[in-house]
Design a protein around this ligand. Structure first.
Ligand SMILES: Cc1cc2nc3c(=O)[nH]c(=O)nc-3n(C[C@H](O)[C@H](O)[C@H](O)COP(=O)(O)OP(=O)(O)OC[C@H]3O[C@@H](n4cnc5c(N)ncnc54)[C@H](O)[C@@H]3O)c2cc1C
Length: 593
């Protein structure tokens, strides 16, 4: 009875409420908290079983499921969402697999596993703000990636992924290594995009690049091979022989208000995609990342740390935490779309998408940052709006380049100033995060940018877009759940009038914006949400070269594997490491007795 009592307590409550309350497709909405993902006791009877159970049907989980089934294992693949794909299906489909792929060979690009390994462990590569891209990568994990990178590319081809016919390049990659171009681009073909609900048009089907070009072929392959895919099944915990000892035996999941226990005869693979959507968890690494920062991929898919929390509850360790706080590449991005809550530059939710009702607006893309100023929650400018975001190393970023030479840093112009630091450092009022950032502009800017300041482009109702006849009224109108105190009207008015004087003077005396061009003077005036967006998870569970999860004592947790953004020790952005690690995890899990 006691056991049952505990099971009820750990299985039910918040997860079941979350998974039932929001209805179809919304199972992934709830971000799990610490109390939601706990070690589970062995059920009296398992509801389902397979040799290998894979959690998460994204860039790690789909390859893992296919690989496991192809080496003879039976596989159950679960996903919390109502569709497969996670962040991967929303991605740009730019795949940084190198080390000597057939495409690299075809186009005469010299690369090898050793070259790839040396690139991704090169301590000497440093960004302008001082952060080293590769210095803190775990050598064992990178070696496994380097050796399995080119085979993973050929494997994708074999499983139906069609790459755009061109030489490998650097487009879309981050921290992919300096000495060879490694990016190939998955063609979207005629698959409907998640953002719009319809396929891309015409020639772009074979010349564009999109995550649907990776995920839909892999989903088709998995289904054809007999992988059992259970959607709207949210893993709520791992079952281990004893709470902190013995093998991992299976998982529990919440689905449609029920608890499902799934036995894994050989192994469980965590491919849950990281922790950037979990505010408490991400603040372990960077206390500045308070709740106002949205995440690329939301509100389709949430990186809620459930994989990490479940594994930590049975003793797993985290790893490579430095990479998470590293301010480079895509870790945190400038908002590329303003006036909507989810402002990641490459995601524009359109009314045809099943996600639109949650996103509420598609946002306004900014063509020229001369058309607006950005102010913090106190109504004050904080940087030159035309500046970009963190940089990351790619092929050719450093020339000349000698692997491992300290001279690689000689040409880097040190520049600690970066809008993200300014935006996130807070406003000097003792708070941790930087708070909301608002883009302020006038009716003339709307004309120049050819924006339509109405639904579905901007989100008036949700509190992410405001307009008023005067600057003072605009400040007073800003009501948003992340804006703790009203924007002071006098401060905003002073900021605008000072900026207008800089336009007259042709010089931004505060932040050096190059020749500020346009005054903010013609009503109506506008305020649009423009808060930075978090992107990657670059730290997670400790794994070894076989993608086995390791505990706090450095011991392998038998039967538990992890890859992709939920795994630590590797700061490469994106799909490549996930695909490679999913396959490594599956091969090893399926080989367990
Ligand atoms: C907009 C965007 C563009 C990108 N573009 C690129 C690009 O061009 N190139 C590139 O290399 N990378 C890109 N990336 C990054 C890349 O998509 C991710 O790094 C990659 O998808 C991560 O793979 P993953 O398997 O770790 O997680 P995901 O692909 O996110 O998959 C995780 C899955 O786990 C599920 N899940 C989570 N928790 C649970 C649970 N408790 N129970 C059951 N299921 C759960 C989720 O629903 C999700 O489906 C992009 C990301 C975004 C958001």
């Amino acid at each position: 009875m006691k056991k049952n009592g505990r099971e009820e307590k750990t299985f039910s409550r918040r997860d079941l409420i979350k998974t039932t309350a929001a209805g179809a497709g919304a199972a992934a909405l709830g971000v799990l908290g610490f109390e939601d993902t706990q070690a589970q006791t062995r059920p009296a009877k398992w509801d389902k079983e397979a040799d290998v159970v894979v959690i998460g049907a994204g860039a790690t989980g789909l390859p893992a499921a296919i690989e496991a089934v192809e080496v003879g294992a039976s596989v159950i693949l679960i996903d919390a969402n109502s569709d497969v794909g996670g962040h991967a299906i929303l991605s740009g489909g730019n795949v940084a697999l190198g080390g000597g792929t057939s495409r690299q060979k075809k186009y005469g690009v010299e690369d090898s596993p050793d070259r790839l390994f040396a690139d991704l462990t090169d301590w000497s590569v440093v960004e302008p703000n001082g952060f080293p891209d590769y210095r803190y990568n775990d050598r064992e994990i990178i070696r496994a990636f380097a050796d399995n990178s080119a085979p993973a590319y050929e494997w994708l081809l074999k499983h139906g992924v069609i790459f755009v016919e061109k030489a490998p390049d650097t487009a879309g990659g981050h921290a992919t290594g300096n000495s060879a171009p490694r990016e190939s681009h998955a063609a979207p073909m005629a698959w409907p995009q998640v953002e719009t609900g319809v396929p891309v048009e015409g020639a772009r089907q074979t010349t564009g690049s999109s995550g649907i070009g990776v995920i839909r072929p892999l989903e088709a392959a998995a289904r054809k091979l007999g992988v059992q895919i259970l959607l709207q099944h949210k893993m709520t915990g791992l079952v281990r022989e004893r709470p902190a000892a013995g093998r991992v035996l299976g998982i529990t999941a919440a689905s449609q208000g029920k608890v499902v226990s799934i036995r894994a005869r050989k192994g469980v693979i965590i491919g849950t995609g990281g922790h950037s959507s979990n505010v408490n968890f991400r603040r372990i690494f960077d206390p500045r990342l308070t709740e106002e920062y949205q995440v690329a991929g939301e509100p389709y898919s949430y990186q809620d740390a459930s994989g990490e929390l479940a594994a930590m509850a049975i003793g797993a360790s985290l790893w490579g935490a430095y990479n998470q706080t590293g301010e480079f590449g895509q870790n945190v991005t400038k908002a590329g779309r303003i006036g909507c809550q989810y402002g990641y530059v490459n995601l524009s939710w359109q009314p045809g998408s099943s996600v639109f009702s949650r996103a509420r607006a598609s946002g306004l893309a900014v063509r020229d940052y001369q058309d607006l100023i950005l102010v913090n929650r106190a109504g004050v400018r904080f940087y030159d709006e035309t500046q970009g975001q963190y940089t990351a190393n790619n092929y050719g970023s450093i020339r000349p380049y000698t692997q491992g030479s300290y001279l690689n840093a000689a040409e880097v112009k040190f520049s600690p100033a970066n809008f993200l630091n300014a935006a996130m450092a807070g406003v000097g009022d003792g708070s941790n995060g930087g708070g909301p950032i608002w883009a302020i502009f006038d009716a003339d800017a709307v004309k120049r940018e050819q924006w339509e300041v109405a639904s579905p482009h901007v989100d008036f109702a949700g509190g992410y877009f405001f307009s008023a006849p005067t600057i003072a009224e605009l400040a007073g109108s800003i009501t948003n759940k992340y804006q703790a105190r009203p924007v002071p009207a006098d401060a905003l008015a002073a900021t605008v009038s000072k900026y207008n004087s800089y336009v007259d003077a042709g010089k931004d005396a505060d932040f050096g914006k190059p020749a500020p061009k346009y005054k903010i003077q013609t009503p109506p005036f506008y305020a649009a949400w423009a808060t930075p967006v978090i992107h990657d998870t670059r730290s997670g569970l400790r794994i070894n070269a076989k993608c086995q999860v390791v505990d706090l004592g450095g011991n392998v947790i038998a039967g538990l594997y992890c890859g992709g953004e939920s795994a630590g020790g590797f700061s490469l952005h994106g799909l490549a490491r996930c695909i490679v690690q999913g396959r490594i995890a599956a091969k090893n899990a399926a080989a367990e007795s």
